[in-house]
Design a protein around this ligand. Structure first.
Ligand SMILES: Cc1cc2nc3c(=O)[nH]c(=O)nc-3n(C[C@H](O)[C@H](O)[C@H](O)COP(=O)(O)OP(=O)(O)OC[C@H]3O[C@@H](n4cnc5c(N)ncnc54)[C@H](O)[C@@H]3O)c2cc1C
Length: 546
């Protein structure tokens, strides 16, 4: 309260709501992909991540950023990163929810889809700590390229225990694993890597190397081990580099400094040097890129899931704020032009959710040929398109809160945090152009045109604009776009698949307005430009988080 005026017309925060129960788009997409999925754990997680207590952890983990301690007070190198206790509370919760590796050890149906939904919900709490969680989830298919190491590490990789201590893996109940590809002279073009790995013998984990060089971006350096790329005599190879060696001594990995980043504040991203570090070969020597890309495929999935989660969170905050705030005699959510903006954001968010979960479900059916092709096709498409839409989406959602949206206020301004976080999913794990070019590679290998036609078939005849696009896409796919056309093709494949999914998962109001606007030209170049025929009432009612 103030002595000079009464504080009124300022909204109450969106806390202590169940983020799963309020998310109809998520529920319907899950039902579509796995009708019999047991969602009890997701409902419980929705309650947990929406709670005021957990949101306080998210705020503190972002305000009190990780600190690098290179040496102890006696001058000995320790190369450790210190985190606020809230960081560890969040990591513990994410691990307990099985977001890091549990799907690989589960006999339950649709474990990857279930985990994907949980990952999206957790993103609405705090996205940046999910960096090591995502990398740990993603490492399994690549690490299986060294069966001995995988057999030793699998129990800790899939356990639900979190242990931040820098100790031997076998002395810990749970571990995390990161990845190191990017060097100063080249990130996208990893063939330019200069880090050298010299063979030094063989042991129970196979061919051992001594590694000398650096990594320019090396996130979550407190992970227990990393998959890295380095040049061996046979060429660029994938190596497994633990922080603590099997004999308990620290590996020769030195953290130079932490990155000072735009967002992603709770997560530590570092620059490191390897000064004669020990690492073991994973997969075939000289075939490091495809080997580590088995990990990159899954982290790309997580970029699409994470951005979809952030979109949903930004939308919920915008809807909730405008439902409380009065302007010009009405609640903002009742103002016709604001309704257009909110409905347009809701369409984008639901389409992102549908596409990201469709992709996730393909990982549950690796033996199905159609799913295998769609996984290869939709990974770059979803990573490119959803992440590309994220920043514009966050800006618009922030604007719905007016000046309050732009204010950080000690970490309480969640939309400002979302806005700063958004671009990273588009940059790391392959930036936009790299994803669009990867789509061209995917089209070269698989029977992509037929698979795409099959994927779009259930929506045939449901909207003229979708029919028009769907009729032409397979030919464009077959004719092979050039690099110049790659982004446009990735966008059109994304929009067509999103529309076909919405035809099957969403009410007619959502599907119709999505097709009219994104495919039929009833749209401008900014959010909030849906045509007059859009049923914004139905779209907004479906999206409300409370
Ligand atoms: C916060 C953060 C954390 C990170 N953590 C890690 C990590 O843990 N491990 C790791 O290995 N890396 C990490 N990265 C690095 C990240 O993956 C790279 O920054 C990214 O892959 C791009 O590589 P680059 O920075 O070298 O840019 P460049 O490769 O120089 O690319 C610059 C731009 O050029 C475009 N481009 C490149 N080639 C082409 C082409 N042929 N045609 C058209 N356009 C092209 C790219 O799309 C991009 O937009 C992290 C990055 C960030 C921001």
């Amino acid at each position: 309260m103030s002595a000079t005026h009464e504080v009124f017309n300022q909204p109450e925060p969106l806390v202590d709501v169940n983020l799963f129960e309020g998310n109809r788009a998520l529920q319907d997409a899950l039902r579509f992909n796995a009708p019999a999925l047991d969602v009890a754990a997701l409902r419980a997680l929705g309650q947990q991540v929406g709670s005021a207590g957990m949101q306080q952890h998210a705020r503190l983990a972002n305000v009190y950023k990780p600190q690098l301690r290179t040496h102890d007070r006696f001058g000995r190198r320790i190369d450790q990163v210190e985190f606020h206790p809230s960081y560890h509370a969040l990591m513990s919760a994410a691990t307990a929810a099985g977001l890091h590796g549990t799907p690989w050890a589960q006999a339950a149906p649709s474990p990857h889809l279930h985990r994907a939904a949980a990952f999206m919900l957790f993103t609405e709490l705090e996205p940046s700590i999910l960096c090591p969680i995502s990398m740990t989830y993603a490492v399994t298919p690549a690490l299986q390229g060294n069966p001995a190491i995988y057999a030793d590490w699998a129990p800790q990789l899939t356990s639900r225990a979190y242990d931040p201590a820098l100790r031997r893996w076998k002395d810990k109940p749970g571990v995390t694993v990161g990845m190191g590809m990017t060097e100063k002279q080249g990130g996208s073009d990893v063939r330019a890597n200069t880090t050298q790995a010299v063979p030094e013998g063989c042991d129970g984990w196979g061919q051992r190397f001594t590694v000398t060089g650096h990594k320019w971006f090396f996130s979550a350096p407190m992970c227990d081990a990393f998959l890295i790329l380095a040049q061996t005599p046979a060429g660029l190879s994938c190596l497994f580099l633990p922080r603590v060696l099997p004999d308990g001594t620290l590996n020769r990995l030195f953290i130079q400094r932490l990155k000072d980043k735009l967002g992603n504040q709770a997560n530590a991203s570092s620059e490191v040097e390897f000064a004669g570090a020990t690492a073991w070969l994973v997969g075939e020597e000289g075939r490091g890129v495809p080997q580590i890309l088995a990990m990159g495929t899954l982290t790309r999935l997580d970029c699409a899931l994470g951005t979809s989660g952030l979109m949903r969170q930004a939308l919920s905050l915008a809807l909730d704020h405008t439902a409380q705030r009065m302007a010009f005699g009405k609640r903002l959510i009742e103002q016709p032009l604001m309704r257009n903006v909110l409905a347009d954001l809701a369409l984008e968010s639901e389409a992102a959710t549908a596409l990201a979960l469709r992709l996730a479900s393909s990982f549950d059916r690796p033996d199905d040929e159609h799913e295998r092709i769609m996984q290869r096709l939709l990974t770059p498409v979803a990573k490119f398109w959803i992440c590309k839409r994220g920043s514009a989406f966050a800006q618009e959602a922030m604007e719905c809160l007016g000046g309050n949206g732009y204010v950080e206020e000690g970490g309480e301004g969640i939309l400002a945090r979302i806005y700063r976080e958004m671009p990273v999913n588009s940059i790391w794990e392959g930036a936009g152009n790299i994803m669009a070019l990867d789509l061209l590679r995917a089209l070269r290998k698989a029977d992509a045109a037929a698979a795409l036609a099959h994927e779009l078939a259930p929506a045939k005849g449901m909207h003229p604009a979708l029919d028009h696009l769907a009729a032409r896409l397979p030919t464009r796919v077959e004719q092979m776009a050039t690099a110049m056309e790659a982004r446009r093709l990735a966008q059109d494949v994304a929009l067509a698949v999103q529309a076909a999914l919405l035809a099957q998962t969403a009410p007619a109001a959502v599907f119709g307005a999505f097709c009219d606007s994104r495919l039929g030209g009833e749209w401008g170049h900014s959010f909030g430009s849906l045509g007059a025929g859009a049923d914004v009432d139905a779209i907004i009612a479906r999206a409300r988080p409370r």
